[in-house]
Design a protein around this ligand. Structure first.
Ligand code: PHE
Ligand code: FE
Length: 290
């Protein structure tokens, strides 16, 4: 997950210069592994028929159904053979440039801690279940693997150009909360959705959120919420199309064209939008009224 503010400027004690730490797999307790297994089983009841084929293929190719929290070394070995990516552990938040640099070098940074049994439904900081179950299966897809590497390079560039907030929204609305159109209907691939039981349903079934066709400039101008279900989901036509619009596109002129435009408030539908669902926003309204 992209963090917008960072307290630490240099790696904490025990972390390497690139901020990585050992996963320390041996230190997980039986309860930790059980939390993983519980979350895994719960998601596997929901995801067939909801998750994108690329995501489901990745789960299988990486053998994530084996019991317990995956060992990053074994996982990286499998992933390396498929797409050249690795998974490395970091102590929670890392600075933006560190995050992007790892990504540009095909290293996915993951938290190594797992939530407690009383936090199955929600945690604020991404844990190993979100990071590994949510993100890593898509990295087994060659197209998405290329997308994320290019995103890392694009992140370093956006930092230089002062456009991190805009590029961060692209990550949010694709990597974290993206939907894709498949022949049978809409499917989820965003890690924040596939790792959440409640949002796996909400993102596809609820009348409340907007579902809008992906438009790069529009997405980069759109606010998002970090504390609850999304009020907008953006739907890509295919991963090939996402690649064409991002990896194969120079963002400098795009940034110039949106730099001085106002942000788009979260739940607004615009005249040019390809609207799949004009959401009632009932859920968000009820929440706000609490
Ligand atoms: N092509 C973009 C640029 O020129 C970088 C990018 C690639 C952004 C892939 C997102 C995803 O900055
Ligand atoms: Fe994430």
């Amino acid at each position: 997950m992209i963090q917008e503010t960072h307290v630490l400027a240099c790696p904490p004690d025990g972390a390497a210069a690139d901020w990585t730490i050992p996963q320390n797999w041996e230190a997980y307790s039986a309860q930790d592994h059980k939390v993983w297994d519980t979350l895994f089983e719960r998601q596997m009841k929901l995801l067939p028929g909801r998750a994108a084929q690329a995501y489901l293929n990745g789960l299988e190719a990486l053998r994530l159904s084996e019991a317990g929290i995956p060992n990053f070394e074994e996982l990286s070995e499998r992933l390396m053979k498929l797409t050249g990516w690795q998974v490395v552990a970091v102590p929670g938040l890392v600075p933006d440039d560190v995050f992007f640099d790892h990504m540009a070098n095909r290293r996915f940074v993951a938290g190594n801690f797992i939530r407690r049994p009383d936090q199955l439904d929600y945690i604020q900081e991404p844990d190993v279940f979100h990071d590994v179950f949510g993100h890593v299966p898509m990295l087994a897809d060659p197209r998405f693997a290329d997308y994320l590497e290019a995103y890392g390079r694009g992140g370093l560039r956006a930092l230089d150009l002062g456009m991190l907030k805009q590029l961060g929204r692209l990550y949010w609305y694709t990597v974290e909360f993206g939907l894709v159109r498949e022949a049978e209907g809409l499917r989820i691939y965003g890690s924040g959705i596939v790792s959440s039981a409640a949002e796996s349903r909400f993102a596809l079934d609820s009348d409340s959120p907007n579902r809008i066709g992906f438009d790069l400039r529009r997405v980069m101008r759109t606010d998002y919420r970090i504390d609850d279900f999304q009020q907008n989901y953006f739907v890509i036509d295919s991963f090939d199309d996402l690649l064409r619009q991002t990896v194969e596109t120079d963002f400098a002129p795009l940034y110039d064209s949106i730099r001085d435009l106002p942000d788009i408030p979260i739940a607004t539908i615009l005249p040019g939008d390809e609207v799949m669902t004009n959401g009632t926003q009932e859920y968000a309204r009820a929440k706000a009224a609490e």
